[in-house]
Design a protein around this ligand. Sequence first.
Ligand SMILES: Cc1cc2nc3c(=O)[nH]c(=O)nc-3n(C[C@H](O)[C@H](O)[C@H](O)COP(=O)(O)O)c2cc1C
Length: 334
Amino acid sequence: MADLSTQYMGLPLKNPLVASSSPLTESVDNIRRLEDMGIAAVVLPSLFEEQLTLESAVLDEDLWRGAEEFAEATTYLPDLSTYNTGPDGYLELIRRAKHSVAIPVIASLNGVTPSGWVRYAKHIEQAGADALELNIYTIATDPLRSGADLEEDCCELVHQVKTSVRIPVAVKLSPYYSSLTHMAKRLDHAGADALVLFNRFYQPDFDIEGLEVVPRLHLSHPEELLPRLHWVAIIFGHIKGNLAVTGGVHSALDVVKCVMAGASVAMMASAPLENGVRFIHRVHQDLEHWLEEHEYESMRQMLGSMSHRAVPDPAAFQRGNYMKVLSSYALRLR
Ligand SMILES: Cc1cc2nc3c(=O)[nH]c(=O)nc-3n(C[C@H](O)[C@H](O)[C@H](O)COP(=O)(O)O)c2cc1C
């Protein structure tokens, strides 16, 4: 039987299948079922700093963007008091999950202010999480702040969190950077133990009768995997930390592609949400079969085998691929 084990941020995992942050990991029962089906680690739903602020009703003095702006922003928020069971419930979820399963439990935090990120990172560590994923989901709406400013803030934040906790810290990133490889290197220097590619953006739709924006969340499609695969293949070998794919992983073959690109783990949310938790068992079995059929002895053997590490001129390689894709289209006019 092939050895499926992998290492993620220093955590030994029995295979590369990780349940990413979603309502599936919101209950201990589901986390237990995911473990039974073969999941090797879980990422809990994100705790949002606004939940903490609403609960305490006291803003830190060192708020990043000023208390008034932040207070006004909270009026746009949905009722977050019960989302992900609220802040106290969240820490309790970590404790109970750790008590109930043997697989690593990774908490997820989405902050606003540096002090908020750091404070709750410490609470999360104390509650017993094995690692922390920083869910950096911000939309750059301020025309006075440059990309360089935002990148600097992000790296500074990672540095602050890393120097405040001892558990490994992953950063879940968006694909929207002018130079993603440069940003990946900077985050690596700031101390990130892993980069998770990529956050999905959930643009709300317009209700043109009610003149409102309405939330609309669609589960992912397998095609969403492609940009992740390519960026992981490009970044692999350039950073010390690990890489993880989230977005569009819907089968064992997708998991194989992620690992060949250079990801230590492949995360899934939409596939088990759509097909049920048992689907993980099937992916696990298919993965074992695939490795055996293709005479791989271990998952490690294929790590990064399709990455750009071995390509002497990656820019020319990408340009060649671009031309190949365009020319591969066969015109079929009726
Ligand atoms: C209903 C739902 C809730 C989610 N909640 C979170 C969250 O709280 N924090 C987070 O970082 N990602 C969250 N995600 C994003 C997933 O973790 C994942 O990155 C994304 O869905 C892409 O993976 P997939 O193609 O396997 O679904 C959520 C996704 C779904 C579908």
